[in-house]
Design a protein around this ligand. Sequence first.
Ligand code: TRP
Length: 452
Amino acid sequence: MDTKKSIHGEWSSRTAFILAATGSAVGLGNIWKFPYITGENGGGAFVIVYLLCVALVGIPVMMAETLFGRRGRENPVHTMAILTKEANADEHWPYLGWMGMIAGVLILSYYSVIAGWACGYVLKAIDGSFFGVDAQGAKNLFMAFTASPLQLLFWHTGFMVATMFIVARGLSQGFEKSIHFLIPGLFLLLFLLVGYAMTTDSYFQGLHFLFNPDFSKLTGNAILVALGQAFFSLGIGMGAVMVYGAYLPKKVSITETITIIAVADTVVALLAGIAIFPIVLSNGLPLNSGPGLIFESLPIAFGNMFGGWLFGILFFVMLVFAALSSSIALIEPAVSWLVENKGMERGKACWYAGGVTWLLGFGSALSFNVGADVTVFGKTFYDLLDYLTSNLMLPIGGFCIAIFAGWMMGQAHSEAELAMAKPLHYQAWRLLIRYLATTAIFVVFLSVVGVV
Ligand code: TRP
């Protein structure tokens, strides 16, 4: 098996893999979700728990997922079947690939709705809606926009069509190239926004909120949300990284590349937080305004800064692109499964997978307006789907990946794939994946259920 090449071809270089995996990792999760759930969960203490989750659980699990992909070289269901056989493990392990596929479709269904908001905001940026806007104006703009089911469905549909168009064309070379300018561009604009945040009178208050931990605000549920967000933001726990790992050449170091990707992902999220909270605080906006947070705060910045018209357009265009590069990763496991296991032609597989995702998205789109009062356990359709996927399916997926990598897979196999320069490094990874990652996820779950 060591010499097995991917049936899909390989990344042309290490950089190509880093760019594609960063494209998958950096998305709405960093810029839209991280700030709003940090706001909802009290700031500093939540951020510290989040960082610990990324470093101690996220990175080791991401390495495991990548090494599964490279060893199996196929879609997640097939890959898990191959590895299960090699490890002589229980025949049910390939269900892990299944759960991942379903999680990807569920996540994309609402991800696309939010990406649709970003599309709608590109137009608003162009037509000057942000010009001179204040807190109330920005809020009204957002409320009027999300109150319209037709607008949300229109943009959701447009975004899904764009995603499926790219996925239908296979490993899209052109698209990967666009990440070359996308990520640096995103960094530049975030720095610009941080610069604007410095000019507000709440800059230090914002930093204080983000980095000064008040552990009394930390609930068991907040810890689960932080763990779920670590998985969501890195894009792990559902097989997307396994797919990308399948194209990874043998000689590339998994440890090095994954660390680079995880650090980049975390820096983008932190920059987004540093930019947004001072704007939120200085305009008297509530910290816990939920999914609308960046849409209600950033227009104020763009509407009042020098060159804000142009920067506003660029920012939302980049956000749409960052979302696109994550979306293709979310649906790829389902599409490649339909192609490889069901013998479907790629275009048709995209119609099926994309169609189901698109329809499901209606539930989320409507939960922001006409369906806002339809709740189960006090949660709207969107909230429920988000909770189910980010806080349950991804951590469970990650838990299973850690168990398989640490306890099922032969040590010689994971050691060969990771090929670390120092034996000590491998031992460290193995300890983290065998004991810490598994126990941490388990304990967080128990604490939410209220057992400990
Ligand atoms: N990581 C992406 C973001 O932060 C979303 C994403 C891409 C994802 N692939 C994933 C989330 C796989 C969970 C699982 O926006």
